[in-house]
Design a protein around this ligand. Structure first.
Ligand SMILES: [Zn+2]
Ligand SMILES: [Zn+2]
Length: 830
């Protein structure tokens, strides 16, 4: 069951329910009057008839052009359009002669009323509920109108406004008991359930059967509650509704709509997803409006439980995407806001709340905000980790200085240097698979010279979503043409950070064992050595060692924002029809749910077009030229490496329109090595207008990089012998990884408000400490303040250790260990 739930949530839309909290905006009365004027011009009966008679449908696509993605935001409805809708992409209005209503679903509602849902059904059996989609948009619009009308009434006491607000609320209360529960999901047949049936609904996961909004997270009619509250606060005379709705309209709104909406929502099992906090907020708000402390407590209790469950020690929401992290944090913030200052009534018998302040309950809140603010490129755009919308939000203002950073619990690090236009940032990800994740262990993203040179596509609801999730669309290695594994809670697909150093002004290093990604991998290890030569001159030694499986495909994809030009120093003279393996499928996805990670139906390699091949045993280069920047990658292949170049969908620039996906491509290369063991060596050289490295050579495991600086030829000699890393630059600096020293973690304690690790020996001259847990996982922390056997932590490490040595994580993923925890440090490399 849990697995099914997780899977369902992997594909959720990033959507907060259409609830605008009208009270938080300061709107002036004249603007409100203009906004509601169309309703004031109508008779009360006309207003009443605008309230939709049945449940609306949100996800309806266009049968004519199939524009957009996810059947979302495709068909528009505006006031005055009645029950018709118009396509945003092809401008066709529905229904029409070509696409008429040719079927209907008739439901007998609990009151005995007959409800008719008309639809157009095409040859493939897809049903388009135009009218119900118009209802959905009207449902959304008229609630906003009700809130605005009630606000104008509050200030003017003009009954023309009050009556219309009361009428909309009252009419909803009349119709709500008859609103059918429906399953409204993109690219899936709609399902109906009886209007009075609470959870469970056959075949559906929680919150997927909904009565008010399109999913049950938004099923508390909050806007009507606000409308009702405004009228109540101003002592509206509800008897004015006797002739329109009937006697005691106010009580009817409370019982048949607001309480009922809450009860339908609360009947779903609590599953603590990124959408849950928004629902808690609505519970607290409605509980306060209705003077129902039990509902306030329900929301607050769920909120408190939520905080314990889904956050890593470094402040990240477990899904490892900036978009969902922000949504979750924003949701929690809104709960605290709605609950602020709440005091239980005197006769309340349960746990008492006095002048509530929930921000006290969120000690991690600051770090959660911090990580989100740090997950950005130097241009202020969000780092497109996993299902993060790339370049969608307005860029934030940055410090203009790029520094390296590490999120050990999430599994992500960035090596960075430079200021202003000269900032370079190299990101590597090994976040686990806890929803909304991509199969991208050890994948890199490179930003330099103001541009995202090696991109991760990020989030999409378009039909090429399968490509964006797959390992092959990432800058990492694919084994045997298969996607990385999904993992389980017990055996998560994360990585083990073996070494991290960001202290040297010239050299920053990550050594990552990402082998949990593939169970056949004995080794799947990426070492990245970021060399900062001077401002605006950075290069990266990138070594990827793989053992296990038969075929190792090393991918490098260019920029998503621009196709640019790709030049290779060797001739890619052989066209290749396809790289899809014999067992792989070449089907075409119809929508985002055709994201076949197995590859039998739609193999990821079928997204690669215009493939050309070369065979090379000699070093070669690939150069991407973009409008204002470029990247040259030097490759030092092993014997019998096959080399490919290709075009593949960049997805982003298609702006969520399925029809445009094939118009925007990016240029990539792939190196294939077969045999049990492979070692891929690349040197990435970002440049502004032209490359600046003179030559790159390999002598065994030593790499010689020559470049010119201030009129002199400089040589950096980079040696990777075994586990050691050493660099000597003729510019007069050097780097050494230092000698490893290991021992046992003896304890962890809080001293003067800081966490301190107690070790089994005195330490000196270290910058970081690695902790190795009994299951093979590791954590890596800065260790700046050392006194004898004690190391003071900058942040909460997320676990406690008892006297008997038992370790328990009180942060996600809540691991517990009875065996000893070891530590390793590397003596500083000065
Ligand atoms: Zn259309
Ligand atoms: Zn990705």
């Amino acid at each position: 069951m849990i697995k099914r739930i997780l899977k369902a949530f992997l594909f959720l839309a990033l959507l907060m329910p259409g609830l605008v909290n009208g009270q938080q905006k300061s709107e002036n009365i004249e603007a409100l009057k203009v906004s509601v004027e169309p309703l004031i011009k109508m008779s009360l009966t006309e207003v009443k008839n605008l309230v939709p008679p049945g449940s609306g449908m949100f996800f309806i696509g266009c049968p004519n052009c199939n524009g957009g993605a996810q059947e979302m935001g495709v068909l528009n409805w505006e006031p005055g359009m009645g029950d018709e809708v118009k396509c945003k992409f092809c401008s066709m209005t529905f229904p029409n002669e070509k696409y008429p209503n040719n079927g209907e679903k008739v439901i007998i509602a609990p009151s005995g009323t007959e409800q008719v849902y008309r639809y157009y059904q095409n040859g493939q059996g897809t049903q388009y509920f135009y009218e119900a989609h118009a209802w959905f948009d009207r449902w959304k619009w008229i609630q906003q109108m009700a809130v605005q009308l009630s606000k104008v009434w509050s200030q003017t006491k003009d009954p023309a406004y009050g009556d219309r607000a009361a009428l909309i609320a009252g009419r909803f209360a009349q119709l709500f008991p008859d609103y059918a529960i429906r399953y409204d999901y993109p690219n899936a047949p709609k399902k109906f359930f009886p209007a009075n049936q609470k959870w469970p609904y056959e075949g559906l996961v929680p919150y997927r059967g909904a009565k008010w909004n399109w999913w049950a997270y938004g099923d508390i009619p909050l806007q009507i509650a606000i409308t009702y509250d405004n009228l109540q606060q101003g002592n509206y005379d509800w008897s004015r509704m006797d002739s329109q709705i009937g006697k005691l309209t106010d009580q009817r709104i409370v019982k048949d709509l607001l309480i009922s909406g809450y009860e339908f929502t609360a009947a779903n099992p609590e599953i603590y997803t990124n959408m849950s906090p928004g629902m808690y907020r609505d519970m607290v708000r409605i509980g306060r409006i209705l003077n129902r402390p039990d509902i306030v407590h329900d929301g607050v209790n769920r909120f408190k439980e939520f905080l314990k469950l889904g956050f890593f020690a470094d402040g990240w929401w477990k899904e490892g995407t900036v978009s969902y992290h922000d949504q979750t944090i924003g949701g929690l913030e809104s709960v605290a806001k709605e609950a602020k200052g709440y005091t239980d009534p005197a006769d309340w018998k349960g746990e008492r709340f006095e002048n509530l302040d929930l921000t006290d309950a969120m000690p991690f809140y600051k770090s959660a905000l911090n990580v989100s603010q740090q997950a950005i490129f130097p241009n202020g755009h969000k780092l497109p980790l996993n299902d993060t919308w790339a370049n969608r939000a307005t860029p934030v203002k940055t410090s203009g200085i790029s520094v390296s950073r590490l999120w050990p619990s999430l599994g992500n690090a960035a090596l960075a240097a430079g200021t202003g236009k000269d900032q370079t940032l190299l990101n590597i990800n090994w976040s686990g698979n806890y929803g909304h994740s991509h199969y991208d262990n050890a994948s890199i993203i490179l930003f330099a010279n103001g541009a995202e040179l090696l991109s991760d596509i990020g989030y999409t609801h378009s039909k090429y979503r399968g490509w964006t999730l797959h390992t092959a669309s990432h800058n990492t290695v694919v084994i045997d043409q298969k996607a990385q594994e999904q993992g389980t809670v017990a055996k998560p697909v994360t990585g083990r950070l073996k070494y991290y150093d960001d202290q040297n002004p010239h050299v920053k290093v990550v050594d990552l064992d990402a082998s949990p990604a593939y169970s056949m991998a004995g080794e799947y290890r990426r070492r990245l050595i970021f060399v900062h030569v001077a401002e605006g001159r950075d290069y990266v030694i990138d070594r990827f060692d793989v053992e296990g499986g038969e075929t190792h495909d090393w991918f490098l994809h260019g920029m998503c924002e621009e196709e640019g030009k790709l030049e290779t120093s060797i001739s890619m003279d052989r066209p290749v029809k396809t790289l899809v393996p014999e067992w792989g499928g070449t089907g075409v996805p119809r929508n985002q749910y055709d994201s076949d990670m197995i590859g039998k139906k739609i193999h990821a390699y079928s997204y690669m077009k215009d493939i050309r091949a070369a065979t090379g045993n000699k070093p070669w280069t690939a150069t991407w030229n973009y409008q204002n920047s470029g990247l040259r990658t030097h490759l030092i292949p092993q014997a019998d490496t096959q080399i490919f170049s290709f075009r593949a969908p960049s997805v982003r620039l298609a702006a969520e329109d399925d029809n445009k996906l094939d118009s925007f491509m990016r240029l990539g290369i792939m190196q294939r090595h077969t045999g049990t063991k492979s070692s891929f060596i690349a040197i990435h050289e970002p440049f502004q207008s032209k490359p600046w490295i003179k030559s790159v050579r390999a002598e065994g495991d030593t790499y010689l990089i020559d470049y010119e600086m201030n009129g002199k030829i400089i040589q950096d000699k980079v040696s990777l012998n075994g586990n050691s890393i050493g660099i000597i630059s003729s510019a007069g600096w050097k780097y050494n990884k230092g000698k490893a020293h290991s021992g046992l973690l003896k304890g962890i304690e809080m001293l003067n408000g800081k966490w301190n690790l107690e070790l089994d020996s005195d330490l000196r001259d270290i910058s970081h400490i690695r902790l190795d847990f009994p299951d093979g996982s590791s954590l890596y922390f800065p260790a700046k303040h050392i006194s004898g056997k004690f190391i003071q932590m900058d942040n909460d490490p997320g676990f406690s250790m008892k006297k008997d040595g038992k370790v328990r994580f009180y942060t996600f993923p809540h691991n517990e260990y009875s065996e000893p925890v070891r530590y390793t440090v590397f003596n500083s490399s000065k």
